[in-house]
Design a protein around this ligand. Structure first.
Ligand code: MN
Length: 228
């Protein structure tokens, strides 16, 4: 293929136990998927239909250092279980949804909360609050062959400078992973390489330059990120 300039390199994530990388296609994120977090954001966690937003594939970076982004004074952490899709599909049944999973990772859905809040108030899109450069630091992907599917009893947690901020278990997810996969596939054709950030538990708060964040999902992966 002949291009008018060199195309950008394919965004990709490391895979535990493999030299091969996982090529990232799209990044779907579930909003308000833990009841206590929904309440802390000022909403009623009734089981209404889930909603989604998208980050660019190249917002996903290795979890090491994250540059503090421009135009915000309120950068929030959101620790999340990430589902890596290995097999695409349309109108996927809940019963077979997990057959589409390649593996799992842990990521942080960083949010410019002040920009998101202004967008909400004005009825505008969330992209500037959610989809900025480097907004999705993520661990390597753990393939099913290494660890299987996470048990709902497993903990999801995040601490900042050693102090616990987010602490929950996966069974607090309002929409479970098979439901989320099925629902997305009714609106969009899921493709191999798609990632799903499954939502964050309560305890989101601001970070500043120099903070060190550690977090993880028990039995999946842990991450450590410094804000620089
Ligand atoms: Mn989130």
């Amino acid at each position: 293929m002949n291009y008018v300039f060199e195309p950008c390199s394919q965004p990709a994530a490391d895979v535990v136990g493999s030299d091969a990388k996982f090529p990232i296609r799209r990044v779907f994120c579930v909003g308000r998927n833990y009841a206590a977090h929904t309440r802390e954001m000022g909403f009623d966690p009734e089981r209404e239909d889930p909603f989604f937003f998208i980050k660019p594939a190249d917002a996903i970076i290795p979890a090491k250092e994250m540059p503090y982004p421009p135009q915000t004074k309120d950068l929030h952490h959101e620790i999340e279980l990430v589902v890596a899709i290995g097999k695409g599909g349309v109108d996927i049944d809940e019963a077979t949804a997990l057959d589409h999973v390649f593996g799992y990772a842990v990521g942080i859905d960083f949010t410019r909360r002040d920009l998101q809040g202004a967008a909400k108030k004005a009825g505008r899109p969330w992209d500037w609050g959610k989809g900025f450069d480097n907004s999705g630091p993520m661990s390597p992907i753990v393939p099913l062959a290494e660890a299987g599917h996470p048990d709902p009893k497993q903990k999801i947690w995040l601490s900042v400078n050693g102090e616990i901020r987010q602490d929950a278990t996966l069974n607090e997810l309002i929409w479970k992973i098979p439901e989320v996969i099925s629902i997305i596939s009714q609106s969009m054709a899921l493709k191999p390489g798609d990632l799903i950030f499954s939502g964050t538990p309560a305890g989101v708060a601001a970070v500043v330059k120099g903070d060190v964040l550690t977090g993880g999902v028990e039995g999946v992966a842990e991450i450590e990120i410094k804000i620089v």
